[in-house]
Design a protein around this ligand. Structure first.
Ligand code: PEP
Ligand code: MN
Length: 337
């Protein structure tokens, strides 16, 4: 249920609603907009009646939210959530480019990648230290050593870092280096991990499960939000379909649908979606044109020798071209890079 206050209702009236929410044994979620305040009521509201709040002065309307996700819902929080990081504003009019290699492979490799990325004007550097792989025999990342290399990159180049965390016990260690903690497609429904990142004070990038619906994605976001971490961004990274030419199928419809359902920033990962470097530019342009707030792209200084996901990693030259192309697309949809 949400309580929508009248335009410019004074703080005492908002407080009276919040007090009533507590008295009734629920948890309030307050969203203060430029004009009006919306108070979400969290808890089992089946037996709660609208008139418990309608009679309070300053209340305009009380609306029952039938969607299973609450704090993630745009009903609870009508304005876009904007997450500031290192001078960027994720979820604003600015289109955010996150790129870098699939995995941290060596000091030379990650430094070369970061240098090219910084020169091209990218915003947030990505690289995996802990890699969830389909086969246990594949390269599973450098782990803690990879994280230390990312810490070096961060201080050498002044770049913000996004990197994956795979288990609850890794959260403090990864949060010590990362500016954004990534939850990968395979862990979207690892509820202990979602709870763990919900308790920290760092933004989280939550990727859509490769076989998950948009509602399941939003319910996973709800775990993080309801544990107290409101800085969550979502990422469409391709889902399984019958098509086999592409690694997955990029579900671009997720962008406008999620934008309607939630206030959280929406990113697109074209790399894991299609699996081939030659198709990244077209899908990236389409993602920005459809309203995505940013991209997560794999770029490797030498894709031909990459240890993981070589076929889909673009070269630094292709990344520079991508940045130039996206500048024009962003402008066409009234945004900037
Ligand atoms: C990644 O971004 O490094 C990754 C492993 O992606 P996904 O979880 O989407 O497969
Ligand atoms: Mn990868």
């Amino acid at each position: 249920m949400i309580v929508i206050m009248r335009s410019h209702a004074p703080q005492e009236q908002v407080q009276a609603v919040i007090d009533r929410v507590h008295e009734l044994g629920f948890r309030p979620h307050v969203s203060t907009g430029e004009e009006r305040t919306v108070i979400g009521i969290i808890g089992d509201e089946r037996h709660l009646q609208e008139d418990a709040f309608e009679i309070i002065e300053g209340v305009e309307r009380v609306v029952r939210v039938l969607k299973p996700f609450k704090i993630a819902s745009r009903d609870f929080h009508p304005e876009n959530t904007v997450i500031p990081i290192n001078g960027c504003r994720i979820g604003s009019k600015q289109v955010i480019l996150m790129a870098g290699p699939c995995s941290v492979e060596s000091r030379d490799q990650v430094f070369e990648a970061a240098e090219a990325f910084k020169e091209a004007g990218g915003h947030i550097f990505r690289a995996g230290a802990f890699k969830p792989r389909t086969s246990p025999y594949s390269f599973r990342g450098l782990g803690e050593q990879g994280l230390c290399l990312l810490a070096e990159v961060k201080s050498a180049f002044g770049l913000a870092i996004v990197t994956e965390v795979m288990a609850p016990e890794q959260v403090p260690m990864v949060a010590g280096v990362a500016d954004i903690l990534q939850i990968g497609t395979r862990n979207m429904q690892n509820y202990n991990l979602l709870d763990a990142v919900g308790r920290i004070d760092k933004p989280v990038l939550l990727k859509r499960g490769m076989m998950s619906t948009m509602e399941e994605l939003l319910m996973s976001a709800e775990y993080i939000l309801s544990s107290g971490n409101e800085r969550v961004m979502l990422c469409e990274r391709g889902i399984r379909t019958f098509e086999t030419y592409t690694r997955n199928t990029l579900d671009l419809s997720a962008v406008p649908v999620l934008k309607e359902l939630t206030h959280l920033p929406i990113l697109v990962d074209p790399s894991h979606a299609c699996g081939k470097a030659a198709w990244i530019n077209a899908l990236s342009r389409a993602a920005i044109a459809s309203g995505a707030d940013g991209l997560l792209v794999e770029m490797h200084p030498h894709p031909e020798v990459a240890i993981s996901d070589g076929a889909q990693q673009i070269s630094p030259q292709a990344f520079r071209e991508l940045m130039a192309d996206l500048e024009r697309v962003a402008e066409a949809v009234d945004r900037s890079l």
